[in-house]
Design a protein around this ligand. Structure first.
Ligand SMILES: Nc1ncnc2c1ncn2[C@@H]1O[C@H](COP(=O)(O)OP(=O)(O)OP(=O)(O)O)[C@@H](O)[C@H]1O
Ligand SMILES: [Mg+2]
Length: 413
């Protein structure tokens, strides 16, 4: 590889770093959440796989709102993961809200800040918190629970309702000053599966209020994992868990936004690659999976290998292919590392030169002792993922057959 290389950061990007045209979603969302015609409470779910750009989208929306609708929204950034050890989410939620309102440039929310401070002080000592802790409360159960609680305390009106009423009053007070409360909730997937549903319940319980919008970044499989763990005792089948997860989110989210798979070619061209990576951009665009984080990891692995290889003769097209395998199909990469002849064998299989139903040809090439193992491995990985046909479309691995162990070492096998 050439001397020039890139190491790409994995930090979420803002509008200036947008290479996936997220701005079209951002502008639409900014308009929706600020429109007078949008009824509240209103929850947007930003759905996307691991590393697909959810946090980046939230950051861009925050940026857009702060520049174009600064007075219209109070943007509260709540990271449940940071507070996951707390007995419940109410206190950190209120604290975060209070801190954000206190920072208002025009100081519009003085009264609300005072009121929230008072609520927090009362709550800290209140037995109610223990009652709603541990996630044993859901919005459906609140009436039932509130009754039990009122009985216990000998109160007619439950504290919980009072609490929600007070919160509603404060959300309305913010509305009267021309602003809407907007909660950004991200990094749910960093929490333990059993904490995730509790967190969602808390959000539903405490933020389902007039003049409040919630933007929630979620990977659906993470919620399903949460449902699976939370309701483990019921022994649901995997498909039922997925259904419950769907239902759960349907109830909670009024506007789902699904981040689509990206166009790799466009993303790569936006990264302004140089040197060998730029020269092999079209190979790269064929062999990366459509996920920005994975693509960056492939490119960074190539850079790492190019530094390790400095001074020795290497073929960039081989390294790029192996880096893609290393990041995107670790099991196949490990199999190639253990048995390098598998790589040219897969090239032959894809080209039809090595029919999978001809054991005699495997024996002729690899000898009786190894034929079966190579055949099994080829069968296992052949067409295992769509992009593999591009990795093995040529004869590059056959051409460097004897040097493959050296290449594999550069990528760390
Ligand atoms: N619109 C974009 N333009 C350019 N790069 C992007 C864009 N969106 C995301 N990325 C890049 O993709 C990677 C993953 O982004 P991000 O952290 O936003 O994804 P995520 O879905 O929040 O991930 P996680 O599942 O870990 O929460 C980061 O390296 C980020 O810089
Ligand atoms: Mg994220």
């Amino acid at each position: 590889m050439g001397n020039e290389f890139v190491v790409l950061s994995d930090a979420p990007v803002g509008l200036a770093g947008d290479r996936l045209d997220f701005v079209r979603y951002v502008d639409a969302l900014a308009e929706l959440v600020t429109a007078d015609t949008t009824q509240t409470p209103f929850t947007v779910g930003v759905f996307g796989a691991w590393g697909s750009g959810k946090s980046s989208l939230l950051r861009m929306l925050d940026e857009r709102l702060s520049t174009d609708h600064a007075e219209r929204t109070v943007r509260v950034h709540f990271n449940p993961w940071v507070h996951r050890r707390e007995p419940n989410m109410l206190l950190p939620l209120l604290h975060t809200l209070q801190d954000t309102l206190a920072e208002d440039r025009s100081n519009r929310f003085r009264e609300t800040v005072k009121r929230l401070r008072f609520m927090i002080a009362n709550l800290t000592t209140d037995a109610l918190l223990r009652k709603v802790s541990g996630g044993n409360v859901s919005i459906d159960k609140i009436n039932e629970l509130a009754e039990q609680y009122a009985e216990q305390r000998g109160k007619v009106e439950s504290e919980m309702r009072n609490l929600r009423r007070t919160l509603q009053e404060q959300a309305d007070a913010v509305g009267e000053r021309g602003a809407r409360l907007l909660f950004f909730i991200d990094d749910l997937d960093r929490c333990e599966p059993h904490e995730i549903i509790d967190l969602l319940e808390s959000v539903k319980l405490f933020l389902d209020l007039r003049n409040v919008c919630v933007i929630l970044a979620v990977a659906k499989n993470v919620v399903d994992r949460g449902v699976g763990v939370k309701y483990r005792e019921f022994g649901f089948e995997a498909s039922t868990v997925i259904e419950i997860g769907d239902e759960y989110l349907d109830k909670m989210i009024q506007l789902p936004l699904y981040l689509p798979p990206i166009e790799a070619e466009r993303f790569l061209s936006g990264l302004e690659l140089t040197g060998d990576l730029a020269e092999h951009a079209s190979l790269l665009s064929e062999i990366v999976v459509p996920n920005p984080r994975r693509i960056k990891r492939v490119l960074n692995s190539c850079s790492m290998a190019s530094v390790i290889a400095r001074g020795s003769r290497v073929r960039p097209d081989v390294l790029i292919r192996l880096a893609a395998l290393r990041i995107q199909s670790p099991e196949l990469y490990a199999a190639v590392a253990a048995r390098p002849e598998l790589a040219p064998a897969l090239e032959d299989a894809y080209a039809g030169r090595l029919p999978l139903d001809r054991p005699d040809q495997f024996i002729a090439r690899y000898g009786q002792a190894d034929a079966d193992a190579v055949k099994l491995a080829v069968q296992k990985f052949y067409r295992a993922q769509a992009y593999l046909s591009a990795v093995f479309a040529d004869t590059v691995f056959a051409e460097v057959k004897d040097e493959l162990p050296r290449y594999l070492r550069m990528l760390g096998s």
